[in-house]
Each structure stands twice: as structure tokens, then as C-alpha cells.
Design a binder for this molecule. Structure first.
Ligand SMILES: [Zn+2]
Length: 328
């Protein structure tokens, strides 16, 4: 189905052996109900610190088994996206949206979940942030696009978000959040299309509550490490220089020191950037080869940056232009 491109990608993949990536899509704050799990796994890590912290993810395989079916996951994602569109301002500029969609697809096709339809969106928001919802919905803030200085940095963030979709982290959180389960029943009944107004309103309200509660965006630190691992290997398999992930973490570290208000909720709560840099560096040294053909930028990257400037999104939230906008 993927022809020669697919063959090449498979070669890349086997050459690389999946390593792991970068950014977190959602805050690393453990859920109350998973705090114990997080503590237990943190404790284990202390005992085995000399080992590569990504080793436990290396042989993982991923599926919807024990969760909801992929079809249900996709319908849930659609419903959440519908609600999110009402609450956030999406950027509709064709050049910017095409750029992010194409980059995202290039990554997704070499991920461990290559056959899902992915949808990448840009949210008009000056904070540096990105997150993913079930069913392949991935969002990047304009503040992130303004902050990255190479396509490989952006690829590391999108790769990390794709990693959350691959590992079904949001879906697993959702499955644990008992009180929201009924939304799947409503969606399966086709309430959005044929239900009465009150049922449709209930569906929208629940989707809104799910988004606000961060069910799909707050993950344990171990889930964030797994997304870092998956993202690193995904960007590498797509031909990007994996050091872009380190450069991105260094930016996040600087931001968290100099201007923490600019950091979106997602990055604020991830494992400390210093740890992520260390893990990524170790993984690159032990498992990847820095071939000179690895890509840092494509010709599309400076065009994206230019368009961002033309539309007034080129600065992140620290700029006075953004502060004026936000006051309105
Ligand atoms: Zn994440």
C-alpha cells in the first residue's frame, strides 16, 4: 500500500530501532488515580538508574485491546474536536495548516501507528504548547511555531504528540475516568446527529468537561517518557536530525527559567527538561546513528516562518503585540 516509500520507511525503521521522543502533550501531572502507579514506577527507576530509562518501552506493542475499539476512539476524537473548535480559535490559513499537516503526516506514517488518519491543527495562542486527543487529533499553538528555530525541533514536538496517540495514553486515562464513560454510549447512539437537542447538549457539555479536566492531556511522567521515546524514534525514522529534540528541550528549559508564563500547561508539567535532555542524549548515543543526510530543515520551513510573520503570529506571548491582543 505504501509502495517504495513504505519500503524505504521500513528500512529506516529497521535501521533505527525505534527510540523515543520528546515533548509532552499534556501535562505530566499525575492524575489523582494514577499517582500511586507513578510513584511506584519512579521508585523502580531509582533502583535501576544506570540503565537506559527507555529500555522498558523498547519492545512495547500497541493496540486498542482492553480499551475502546479504534472506531469508537475515532468517533470520540471527532466529538472532542467539534467541541474544541467552539472553545479555541483555530488558524485557517492554508499555507500554515498545509505545512503542519504535511509535516505531521510525514512523521505519523513512520510511527508505530501508521494507518490511522491524523489531523493536525494550529491554535491561535501565544503560549508554547502542543497536545493530542484520541483518534489522531494533534494541536500546536502559534506560540510553538513562533518559538521553534528548525523543522527538526517542531518534528520532535509533533513526534511526541503522535507518540501519545500511538500509546493510547489519553484513551487509557479516559478509561480510568469512570464518570465520563457514558459519553461513548451517546456517541455510539449517534446522538450528535439524530438525538434530541437536550441529548446533543449533554454530549457537548460532557466533551467540554473532559477537555477542561485534562483527561486527555495530563499524563504520568512515565507516559511522557514513553512519548519522548516514541517521538525521538519517529522523527529519526522520518529522516530528521534527532538533536532537534535536544535543542527543543533546551528552549523549554530556558523559557521555564526566563518566562514561565509562556510555557503552555503541557510543558510546565512534563519531566524536568534536564532529565529529558539527558535521556534523549543517551538514546541517541546508544541507539541512533548521526548520518550527515539527516534533515534539520526543509525549504518549507522558512516559508512557514515568513507566513507566520505576515499574519502577526511570529512572536510568542512575550511580545507587546500579543499582550495588546490579549487585552481585547
Ligand atoms: Zn506529552
Amino acid at each position: 500500500m505504501r509502495g517504495r516509500g513504505g519500503e524505504r520507511q521500513r528500512q529506516w525503521l529497521s535501521a533505527l530501532v525505534l527510540a523515543g521522543l520528546v515533548f509532552g502533550s499534556a501535562a505530566g501531572l499525575p492524575h489523582p488515580d494514577e499517582a500511586l502507579t507513578a510513584c511506584a514506577s519512579d521508585g523502580t527507576e531509582v533502583a535501576s538508574q544506570s540503565r537506559n530509562p527507555y529500555d522498558k518501552f523498547r519492545r512495547a506493542s500497541y493496540s486498542n485491546e482492553g480499551l475502546y475499539s479504534e472506531q469508537e476512539e475515532i468517533r470520540l476524537g471527532e466529538e472532542l474536536h467539534k467541541q474544541l473548535q467552539k472553545e479555541q480559535k483555530l488558524v485557517r490559513d492554508p499555507l500554515l495548516t498545509r505545512y503542519v499537516q504535511q509535516l505531521g503526516e510525514r512523521l505519523a506514517r513512520v510511527s508505530k501507528r501508521p494507518d490511522l488518519d491524523y489531523h493536525f491543527f494550529i491554535i491561535e495562542d501565544p503560549t508554547v504548547n502542543a497536545f493530542a486527543l484520541p483518534g489522531g487529533y494533534v494541536y500546536a499553538h502559534t506560540g510553538l511555531l513562533a518559538t521553534v528555530e528548525s523543522e527538526s525541533e517542531l518534528a520532535s514536538v509533533l513526534g511526541h504528540e503522535i507518540g501519545h496517540v500511538v500509546a493510547r495514553h489519553g484513551l487509557k486515562n479516559f478509561k480510568r475516568a469512570q464518570k465520563y464513560q457514558f459519553i461513548v454510549g451517546l456517541i455510539n447512539l449517534g446522538i450528535g446527529a439524530v438525538g434530541g437537542e437536550s441529548q446533543a447538549a449533554r454530549l457537548g457539555q460532557t466533551a467540554s468537561q473532559l477537555l477542561a479536566a485534562g483527561i486527555f492531556t495530563k499524563h504520568s511522567r512515565d507516559a511522557e517518557r514513553e512519548a519522548d521515546f516514541l517521538g525521538l524514534h519517529t522523527m529519526y525514522a522520518a529522516g530528521y536530525d534527532p538533536r532537534g529534540m535536544i535543542a527543543m528541550f533546551e528552549k523549554l528549559e530556558r523559557l521555564s527559567r526566563q518566562n514561565p508564563d509562556l510555557l503552555g500547561f503541557v510543558f510546565r508539567t512534563h519531566p524536568p527538561a534536564s532529565e529529558r535532555i539527558r535521556n534523549t542524549q543517551a538514546e541517541i548515543t546508544d541507539h541512533l546513528t548521526l548520518d550527515p543526510r539527516l534533515v534539520r530543515d526543509t525549504p518549507a520551513f522558512p516559508l512557514m516562518k515568513r507566513r507566520l510573520r505576515e499574519l502577526g503570529f511570529a512572536q510568542n506571548g512575550g511580545s507587546s503585540a500579543w499582550r495588546r491582543r490579549r487585552l481585547r
